[in-house]
Design a protein around this ligand. Structure first.
Ligand SMILES: NC(=O)c1ccc[n+]([C@@H]2O[C@H](COP(=O)([O-])OP(=O)(O)OC[C@H]3O[C@@H](n4cnc5c(N)ncnc54)[C@H](O)[C@@H]3O)[C@@H](O)[C@H]2O)c1
Length: 243
């Protein structure tokens, strides 16, 4: 894998937590941030003695993102990977959203990745250093969602990926993973029952999509094996909603 020091947002649970483990197993240094302090503590305990740094930071806050990146860039100037994994899904129709909640969903899923990607690129590009960014979208961003706001922001993540791939070329590759229903995650627990059943019915492959399997696709996109890919969308969806 070309990257050796990687930032992963939302590492306390789900895909982020699985990815932290995969990257540490591969000998990488990992820095993660999350709003879940308890989850971060248990993650640190699980990987005690390994090159893992945890920070409490809210990617929806511009101040938190800047303070987090200030610390990361000072302590790890060789950082060359960024995974914008933290996401917020509320599983509600658009008429149930108030303005503050709309702002929050946009900030977590879109503004955070924009701010972090910008700081990351500002650090690498002037020095012509190479790196890789992986963003987490969703099947919801491709085929729509019963939660219109989630469908909107995840479509935005795909647009951000393709556009940053252009902006950051030729030094930073930017790609996106589009998972289907990932079991054993807080987000899956919030999917309405009828939608959960629809997602499962759509899958062509048997077996559940585990966070570790999505982490594997992220790991591939961070590594040399994907050296020809930028602006690409890879799915981790058991073939659901063929498109
Ligand atoms: N679970 C699914 O079925 C599914 C499907 C498609 C896409 N996704 C996407 O995959 C990514 C990972 O999802 P997951 O299933 O692992 O979710 P999860 O809820 O299990 O984990 C998300 C992590 O992000 C953290 N987080 C949330 N808001 C944050 C914020 N503002 N700042 C910092 N950390 C924050 C949470 O505390 C949590 O630890 C997300 O972007 C999600 O939208 C998930």
């Amino acid at each position: 894998m070309s990257v050796n020091t990687v930032i992963v947002t939302g590492g306390a649970s789900g895909v982020g937590r699985a990815l932290v483990g995969r990257l540490l197993d591969a000998g990488k240094t990992v820095i993660t941030c999350d709003i879940d302090e308890t989850g971060l503590k248990s993650l640190a305990a699980e990987h005690e003695g390994r090159p893992l740094e945890t920070h409490v930071a809210d990617v929806a806050s511009h101040e938190d993102c800047d303070a987090f990146m200030d610390q990361v860039l000072a302590a790890h100037p060789d950082v060359n990977g960024l995974v914008n994994n933290a996401g917020l899904y509320l599983g509600q129709p658009v008429w149930e959203y108030d303005d503050a909640t709309i702002e929050r969903v946009i900030a977590v899923n879109i503004k955070g990745p924009v701010w972090l990607s910008r700081r990351f690129a500002d650090h690498l590009l002037p020095a012509k250093r190479r790196g890789a960014i992986v963003n987490l979208a969703s099947v919801a961003g491709e085929v729509g969602s019963s939660d219109a706001l989630y469908g909107t922001v995840k479509a935005g993540v795909i647009g951000l990926t393709k556009s940053n791939a252009m902006n950051f070329a030729p030094y930073i590759r930017v790609n996106v993973v589009s998972p289907g229903l990932i079991v054993n995650t807080a987000i899956a627990d919030r999917i309405p029952d009828y939608r959960y059943a629809e997602y499962k019915r759509q899958e062509q492959l048997d077996g559940d999509i585990l966070p570790e399997y999505v982490a594997d696709v992220c790991t591939y996109l961070l590594g040399d094996g994907s050296r020809t890919l930028t602006g690409a969308l890879l799915r981790a969806d058991n073939g659901s909603y063929p498109r």
